[in-house]
Design a protein around this ligand. Structure first.
Ligand SMILES: [Zn+2]
Length: 141
């Protein structure tokens, strides 16, 4: 699909999984000082998720790769992000999109018995702009 080097995260987990996927969506930044970003426009967002853990499930997975993609792609692809419940009252900037993806992915991971952690969400919005979101601390052990 596509290959790229991503910034790496320091951690002590035994297993680290990375999943790439992309989705296409429209958004606008709802404020006067956002310049032309105020107008509705679209991006193909490229996402890389970094998931880690010490325990595998009965399939030998930290989490199924396709499940990870489904969590985000299924909800964001070909949507106007501003209209989604995840962005109610928020500005869907690249930073907020990355943080929101983290929250969606981690809450899905929290339902798994082997308790994997999302350590990093990389979101590329344009060929020259990307954001990396890392949770400050993992509230789970
Ligand atoms: Zn934009």
């Amino acid at each position: 699909m596509f290959q790229q080097n991503y910034p790496s995260v320091q951690h002590d987990y035994q297993f680290e999984l990375n999943k790439d996927f992309n989705f296409s969506a429209a958004h606008y930044i709802p404020s006067e000082d956002a310049g032309k970003c105020m107008r509705t426009h679209g991006h193909t967002y490229f996402v890389n998720l970094t998931i880690a853990g010490d325990t595998l499930d009965h399939n030998g997975f930290l989490v199924n790769f396709s499940e990870l993609k489904k969590i985000v792609h299924g909800q964001f692809d070909h949507q106007l992000l501003n209209e989604l419940p995840q962005f109610t009252g928020k500005s869907p900037s690249t930073e907020v999109v990355a943080q929101t993806i983290y929250e969606m992915v981690q809450s899905a991971l929290d339902e798994r018995q082997n308790k994997p952690q999302c350590l990093q969400v990389y979101v590329r919005e344009t060929p020259t702009s990307y954001v990396v979101f890392r949770p400050k601390e993992t509230s789970h052990e």
